[in-house]
Design a protein around this ligand. Structure first.
Ligand SMILES: O=C(COP(=O)(O)O)[C@H](O)[C@H](O)COP(=O)(O)O
Length: 323
């Protein structure tokens, strides 16, 4: 049941994230910040406490949609931790300012990251991609803008085939694209210069959490001597992992794997559909961020600098206060 306090944009955004109409870690973060902004603009709360409580409820609704991309809670943190003011008007202005600033920083970070990633790509390079990552594509786009000729082998990325989005977007950039099924990846690894993927989260030990299939691809790439780079702006750094928490891997519905006819045919065979996996840091050559490129093992230093040792959950109601 929809919470009547919540603005329809918050409900709509939460539904779009859960159903993957809005997907990919960076677009999810931007949509969540914009939804909080809509909640702030339209809030009818009569008191400052009521306003704050509704914004936190909106944060909880958005946070509950998908568990793996840390860009979502990081976006909510960015906006809610800057909610400040003595009046409803003051609070509203602070949320609008923070949400606008967040989206602006996200765009700039992606452009800066693209420039860093493009430096690793040479004229004539062939890149293999997995899934669809706006951060990864920003690197190729920047390389193309520098006049480099880039070609790509694009994995379709079952079960939802986000590779098709990547293939279309790369084609539109003027990249020569070859689409392959996931299981063909190893055959092509010897003929590509880089594997380039995005990230949903980066853990403090440098582990890369990304679309299911990334870890197998990385192990194969290492075996073939093909470097693997992960494009991940710093909102993908998972602050909870500094204190030993692991990243929850989303399990999605089996209907993404088997249609209803196949389901009826296979009877009681179990179908599982994990959406992400964890690639150990030793298989990743570089993490490309807007702050430069890092060997995975050193990312913890940047994480501490950006988040400190403790991170709050500003969408939770402070204990002892309810409204
Ligand atoms: O794994 C995925 C998307 O998974 P899903 O399709 O299940 O959301 C992407 O590689 C990352 O989210 C990075 O994307 P971006 O670079 O755009 O943040």
């Amino acid at each position: 049941m929809a919470d009547p306090q919540l603005h329809p944009t918050v409900e709509a955004t939460a539904t779009e994230i859960a159903s993957m109409e809005v997907r990919g870690a960076a677009p999810i973060a931007a949509a969540a910040a914009s939804a909080l902004r809509a909640q702030a603009v339209e809030s009818t709360a009569a008191t400052p406490a009521g306003f704050e409580s509704t914004l936190r409820a909106a944060g909880r609704r958005l946070q509950a949609t998908r568990p793996t991309a840390v860009s979502l809670p990081n976006a909510l943190r960015y906006v809610l931790q800057r909610m400040d003011g003595e009046t409803v008007g003051g609070l509203r202005a602070s949320v609008i300012r923070a949400a606008d600033e967040f989206v602006d920083r996200l765009d700039r970070a992606q452009a800066d990251l693209g420039a860093v990633g493009a430096n690793r790509l040479r004229d004539g390079d062939r890149v293999m991609t997995h899934c669809h990552s706006t951060d990864a594509l920003a690197c190729i786009e920047a390389a193309v803008e520098q006049g480099k000729g880039i070609s790509a082998v694009v994995k379709e990325t079952r079960p939802r085939n986000q590779g098709h989005i990547t293939a279309r977007e790369l084609r539109d950039l003027g990249v020569d694209v070859t689409l392959i099924v996931d299981s063909a990846a190893r055959r092509y690894l010897g003929a590509v210069d880089h594997v380039l993927v995005g990230a949903d989260s980066i853990a403090a030990d440098g582990s890369l959490i990304n679309k299911i299939g990334t870890s197998g691809l990385a192990v194969n790439a290492r075996d073939r001597g093909t470097p693997i780079m992960a494009a991940a702006q710093t909102i993908k750094l998972h602050p909870d992992t500094l204190t030993g928490h692991t990243v929850e891997i989303e399990m999605r519905d089996e209907s993404e794997v088997v249609d209803s006819e196949t389901r009826a045919e296979i009877g009681d065979i179990a179908v599982e559909n994990p959406a992400f996996d964890v690639t150990p840091p030793r298989y990743v050559d570089a993490i490309i961020t807007e702050r430069g490129q890092f060997p995975p093992e050193s990312i913890v230093t940047l994480m501490r600098e950006l988040f400190g040792e403790s991170v709050g959950e500003p969408w939770e109601e402070p204990t002892g206060e309810t409204e």
